[in-house]
Design a protein around this ligand. Sequence first.
Ligand code: OSB
Ligand code: MG
Length: 382
Amino acid sequence: MQSIHIKEVILHHTKVSLIAPFTTSFGTMEQKDVCLVEVVDDTGVSGWGETVTSNEPYYNEETTATTVYMLKEFLIPRMLKKEISHPNEVHDMLSFVRRNNIAKAAIETAIWDVFAKKNHTSIAKLLGGSQTEIAVGKSIGIQDTPAKLVEKVREFVDEGFKKIKVKIKPGADIAYLKAVRDAFPTIPLMADANSAYTLKDIDHLKELDSLNLMMIEQPLSHDDIVDHRILQKELTTPVCLDESVHSLDDARKAIELGSCKIINIKIGRVGGLYEAKRIHDLCMEHDIPVWCGGMLETGIGRAHNIQLTTLKNFTIPGDTAPSAHYWKEDIVTPEIVMNHGIIQVPSGDGIGYEVDRDKLSKVLISSERITEVDTTHPIPSA
Ligand code: OSB
Ligand code: MG
């Protein structure tokens, strides 16, 4: 394989608007700033990544502004002018910065794209992925009433989605899920609490066990794996971890403790594709099925999710719904589409989709080209 030499990084600052507000237990999102990271090698090959943050630190500790700061002050200076013989190296090169995983993933994924394009292959092939189509679920935000939720679910079931995920919080949980289950006795159904409960709610959460859910995602604290173990012992419903797993080590500990039976892998949350693949492999060894979570990404992040989901142990439909479910117009071409709940993995190199510069210009605030190491911070070189 040919190595790459990073010549420059261009940060494209964009503002994008969702077609509809999305409500979770931590708030409602309608608009977000996304920084698109374009890494260019010395032969002119471009690769793309994106910051999958929102503007507020409510899902995790990062915001789009903090990711941009970390990229400019630490992460880009570390990578600029460097020779990379394989993108697997990038994770360790960035480990001198603690956490800030979404910022790291934005540049790490862009480097995977450059490397794959340079070597005329896809990221999926580099990762060892073999699935040629991926099953897709729909994540539905909290609705005003159970009846409104049932209406939404009907729309998405009719569209062919292979899994329905319902956001819940105290006060909008059992009655909502029960209404959906009564209307659709057999659909693959799950709930995502985004850390809205504590162990004090254990008796309440046990009521989920009568609803035949695929899983309950991240019921307890965003960094907990100990209380989740206690909860999992009490529930027959499988617990799935999202927020609590930031690394291979976190996944290992959660599996050893028995804190979950399923893991949601998000490339951003774990700092990139390399760590995502390692978590996937570990889960496979332990018979823990995984699925690819979503962060309301543009087509770039969505394309990376599709590439990752080609790995074998992604046996549960992910949250990577088609572009039209989020954006009036996405920034990649062709548009990411779904047919009866299935997305065909594109055959092209890299992320498999092209960034459309015309569409990009419609959401672009400014572009910033970084060609020289320009930081006052000491950056380790080895
Ligand atoms: O917890 O999975 C989550 C969106 C933003 C932050 C956290 C989450 C989500 C989603 C959206 O559930 C999934 C999607 O991209 O459709
Ligand atoms: Mg989640």
